[in-house]
Design a protein around this ligand. Structure first.
Ligand code: SF4
Ligand code: SF4
Length: 179
């Protein structure tokens, strides 16, 4: 598995290949089958990975804190709602939601989220690789491959499963022969 501090550079080198793979999947993959492949890889790769040694996602994104979470999050940290908001959050007009003030996220502490089981749903779901309709979310997954070592690895394994390089080489060869 690629190291967390290497994923941005390595993914940048793969960027054009990943976009070509997206086009390939759009033209060749069955949506349900692709969802199953992502789900299988998600289960397999996360089961043997310790996210506390990475936390790239918490370092690179500001978390969205839904208004309905504020009371329980403030309780988790033992403070009144208003103090919680003033200390850690700011309102993002474009998203019409509270977000953490800083990057890395204010709630990241020694590789753990201090919100514990109350962490926002979008953090629990990230990188969304076990969610449905992945064929229609490939652009955001390519972006995640620049942050998350697991997503990076998934793309590499899927390319092998789809014989991606071989396929593209064959198409190129056929084009050359055709010319
Ligand atoms: S979800 Fe991905 S980016 Fe976030 S900590 Fe786990 S491996 Fe790292
Ligand atoms: S709220 Fe917790 S899980 Fe979400 S980005 Fe912040 S530290 Fe990470």
């Amino acid at each position: 598995m690629i190291k967390p501090n290497e994923v941005a550079d390595k993914a940048a080198l793969k960027e054009s290949e990943n976009y070509a793979f997206r086009v390939f999947l759009k033209n060749n993959a069955d949506p349900d089958e692709l969802d199953e492949q992502f789900k299988r890889l998600h289960k397999e790769l996360f089961s043997e990975y310790d996210c506390s040694k990475c936390r790239n996602c918490c370092k690179m994104f500001r978390a969205v804190i839904p208004s309905e979470d504020i009371e329980k999050d403030a309780q988790q940290l033992g403070m009144p709602d208003e103090e919680f908001i003033n200390s850690f959050l700011e309102y993002d007009d474009s998203e019409q939601a509270y977000k953490t003030k800083n990057r890395p996220c204010n709630f990241l502490n020694n590789g753990d989220c201090v919100l514990g089981e109350h962490k926002p749903e979008e953090c629990r779901l990230y990188p969304y690789t076990d969610q449905p309709d992945r064929l229609f979310s490939l652009l955001s997954l390519i972006e995640s491959a620049e942050v998350c070592p697991i997503v990076y690895e998934m793309f590499e394994r899927l390319k092998k499963e789809y014989n991606f390089k071989k396929e593209t080489q064959t198409i190129l060869l056929m084009k050359i022969i055709g010319d």
